[in-house]
Design a protein around this ligand. Structure first.
Ligand code: SF4
Length: 188
């Protein structure tokens, strides 16, 4: 009999500070004051899937959005606690959360590391203020550069997103984005 293959779980946290004009994701700018209702619905959804999950475990868990770094860490902590209590997480699972550069500060990264996250994915998009402005992003090149510095200090897996073919983006600007990353220890 073939061994059951592991599963991946994507958790969508749909809140953002503002909506980027190019975004097609399911996003709300109405961040709730507490996440009790969302948490209960999400855990009930996982519970109702136990029948087909059977004894398999999640080898990859990904909290995306939206801007998951905006939420109170208690929410992902409760979700991970639930999965652990039901022995649904593989021993060496990769557990990722998406961050906005504005929130990529040491204290925030450590709060999520302490919960059990093993990988951070940061939406840098560009290091050029004109490009970021053209995209309607809520962060600046200062936030992008600081995010890289902070990511380099922590021991975890990390990745960043860059965007190309954007309004206000020259070839030089795009190449400069690549140079900055090539000089860092971020390898994904
Ligand atoms: S931050 Fe990301 S998810 Fe939020 S509106 Fe912008 S592109 Fe969409």
């Amino acid at each position: 009999m073939r061994a059951a293959f592991p599963l991946s779980l994507y958790v969508h946290l749909p809140w953002c500070e503002q909506k980027c004009p190019y975004c097609d994701f399911n996003v709300s700018t109405d961040l709730p004051s507490n996440f009790t209702e969302f948490q209960s619905a999400l855990l009930a959804d996982i519970e109702s899937s136990r029948g087909w999950i059977k004894d398999r475990k999640f080898s990859s868990i990904y909290f995306g959005g939206g801007t998951p770094s905006l939420v109170n860490p208690n929410l992902p902590e409760k979700i991970l606690d639930f999965l652990r209590a039901h022995q649904l997480i593989d021993g060496d699972a990769e557990i990722t959360i998406e961050f906005n550069p504005k929130e990529t500060k040491a204290e925030n990264l450590h709060r999520f590391l302490n919960i059990g996250f093993t990988r951070f994915s940061v939406g840098i998009q560009s290091f050029d203020d004109d490009v970021l402005q053209g995209l309607g992003r809520n962060h600046t090149s200062h936030h992008s550069l600081r995010a890289i510095e902070e990511l380099e200090k922590i021991k975890s897996k990390k990745s960043i997103d860059l965007m190309y073919g954007c309004p206000n983006q020259s070839e030089d600007s795009a190449l400069q984005d690549i140079r900055i990353i090539a000089c860092s220890t971020i390898n994904h």
